[in-house]
Design a protein around this ligand. Structure first.
Ligand SMILES: [Ca+2]
Ligand SMILES: [Ca+2]
Length: 231
């Protein structure tokens, strides 16, 4: 005997719900696992400083801390040097344009970028984002659009020594790699940024990864056959 349609639908719904999981019920902060660039890097300020939460006012847990918390996290930067200046990534002098590529580790549905900039001429001004199925920008990538930052010092009542997280929403898309193409900074002869993170969006019905869908179908097939054998 075959399972009634209602039972089949119930099992499918339950399996799909398992795939989503309670931890993914809200948008979370997603920390990239790797970063590379074709821009030269100052030895004291490595690229990893962009994705290791260095210099942030409070830490977050990747894929668990809600995206809504991102506005409460700030960073600061001491342009005169000292320990705080070493929490940033800095390009080598006179080399401030190029591509920075973030590897999310595996495919995620993302819907925005959080940027902790710096408050000097070396801060990022205009950039274009691309998603990609490999870490090679040269062989093609899909543009998500061009974005402009706002300097903290131009925001009323803002403390110019502290950078708030700036968020840049874009159309939700599933990807593993994101390229950030630097178009301009605010006039310095190098580029200095503090931190980057992404907005992880929960997988919805239509966005479920193929593996979860396959497991769901397999489960239905198994239970239907089991029932038939018993009969
Ligand atoms: Ca940092
Ligand atoms: Ca590519």
């Amino acid at each position: 005997m075959k399972l009634p349609l209602a039972a089949t639908l119930a099992i499918t719904t339950a399996l799909l719900a398992l795939g989503r999981g309670p931890a993914h019920a809200v948008n979370n902060i997603l920390q990239p696992e790797g970063v590379t660039s074709n821009i030269g890097t100052l030895e004291s300020n490595p690229l990893e400083n962009l994705i290791n939460q260095s210099g942030l006012s409070q830490s977050y847990t990747s894929r668990e801390t809600p995206w809504s918390e991102v506005g409460n996290i700030t960073s600061n930067f001491n342009p005169g040097g000292g320990e705080r200046s070493l929490t940033t990534w800095a390009s080598s002098s006179s080399e401030d344009m190029g591509i920075i590529t973030f590897d999310l580790g595996s495919n995620f549905l993302i819907g925005g970028l959080a940027l902790w900039n710096t408050e000097i001429g070396a801060a990022l001004r205009e950039f274009e984002l691309f998603v990609d199925d490999d870490n090679d920008f040269e062989n093609g990538a899909t543009s998500l659009g061009t974005f402009n930052t706002v300097r903290n010092s131009t925001v009323e009542n803002a403390d110019p020594s502290i950078s708030r997280a700036m968020t840049f929403p874009f159309e939700e898309i599933e990807t593993r790699y994101v390229h950030l193409n630097v178009i301009s900074n605010f006039g310095g002869n190098r580029l200095i940024l503090n931190e980057i993170a992404f907005q992880q969006v929960p997988f919805e019905f239509g966005h479920l990864p193929g593996v979860i869908f396959a497991v769901s179908l397999g489960g239905i097939y198994y239970f239907r056959n089991k029932k038939m054998i018993k009969k």
